[in-house]
Ligand binder design. Structure first.
Ligand SMILES: [Zn+2]
Length: 340
């Protein structure tokens, strides 16, 4: 915990001499989150760098003037870091440099974010646009430490943090389900929103006065659990793609499905495949739902199955699994379990 407190100090005590020294000498004014894991600095410093991966979900940036918080590398939207969500192409797609602060990405009247035709970014861009614009009159940015899911404090709490790390750290339950090496960032992001039930489905939109039935089957209540996979259209697609991997654990129930994938008892290849197929299917079902709402396309269930199958194959091909001989059989295994 001592080490976590030191990391927290970097963010919570910008006026301290130690922090000023670390920033000048060890970080050379770069962000703590992207400083290279090199051999510079003391043993303690190297340990702090190693602990970054565990600490970053705990530190939430609160934007005031936006001049301190990194647009890409800090969690200021409660979504996680934008670079993780959008991927390495993000700075080029949104035309916001990698070292930009939140205030660099805005003007006094709005966000300086290039419109993009990348549909999968719509949800995250909506989140950014809904965030208040930084304003110099609001004073400096600051940080809060997460006590538990959705609850933050201005100081670190050892028992709470320990609890989250050790016992029921909620992201850990589905962390491995999403953040595995072989996923696809855009699919991972939409699946992550689905897991948190943050997709703007009909049921969620109704709170804003909009009415929206399921455009895939006509059911009146379009909820997350309906779309994945209680909807007859969705369930057809899902069972064609995952049926041979999940076998008798296949169900139209969302919670049971997520649990089955988390606790999946298969060999390494099947575990990779079920996670990959899951996130690609969630993404393409969501995209299909969006295309129908905007009348920009219409796939039958079997056309969507073929499209998802192709995306999965392309992903396997792009993994360059010759670098990992154990993954050599991944494509072969997919051919065995893929839809005929
Ligand atoms: Zn439906």
């Amino acid at each position: 915990m001592f080490d976590l407190s030191l990391i927290w100090r970097l963010f919570s005590a910008p006026e301290s001499l130690w922090v000023a020294w670390v920033k000048r000498t060890l970080l050379r004014n770069e962000s703590f989150w992207i400083a290279p894991n090199n051999t510079q600095g003391s043993r303690i410093w190297r340990k702090l760098l190693k602990l970054r991966i565990f600490t970053s979900p705990f530190i939430q940036g609160i934007v005031r003037n936006g001049q301190t918080i990194s647009f890409w590398h800090e969690n200021w939207l409660s979504l996680g870091k934008l670079i993780d969500i959008i991927g390495d192409a993000g700075p080029r797609l949104l035309v916001i440099p990698l070292n930009a602060t939140v205030s660099d990405a805005s003007t006094p009247t709005g966000w300086r974010i290039r419109r993009t035709r990348m549909r999968h970014l719509d949800t995250v861009l909506e989140h950014i646009r809904a965030h208040p614009i930084p304003n110099a009159a609001n004073g400096p940015d600051f940080y809060l430490w997460r006590i538990e899911a959705g609850s933050y404090k201005d100081r670190i709490s050892s028992p709470h943090t320990w609890n989250q790390l050790r016992i029921h750290h909620p992201p850990v339950q589905w962390w491995r389900l999403l953040w595995f090496n072989h996923g696809i960032p855009r699919c991972r992001f939409i699946t992550w929103l689905a897991i948190r039930n943050r997709l703007s489905t009909g049921v969620r939109m109704r709170r804003w006065g909009a009415d929206q039935a399921c455009v895939l089957c006509g059911e009146r209540d379009e909820s997350r659990d309906h779309l994945f996979f209680a909807c007859p259209y969705s369930f057809t697609v899902w069972s064609d793609l995952a049926g041979r991997l999940l076998r008798n654990r296949q169900t139209p129930d969302w919670t049971d499905t997520v649990n089955s994938i988390q606790t999946f008892q298969g060999d390494r290849l099947d575990t990779i495949l079920i996670r990959l197929v899951f996130q690609v299917t969630v993404y393409y079902l969501w995209r299909e739902q969006n295309s129908r709402i905007h009348r920009s396309g219409f796939y039958s269930a079997s056309q969507l199955v073929r499209l998802i199958d192709k995306v999965v194959r392309n992903r396997i091909t792009s993994l360059q699994y010759h670098t990992d001989p154990k993954l050599h059989l991944l494509m072969q295994r997919w051919f065995t379990v893929a839809p005929p």
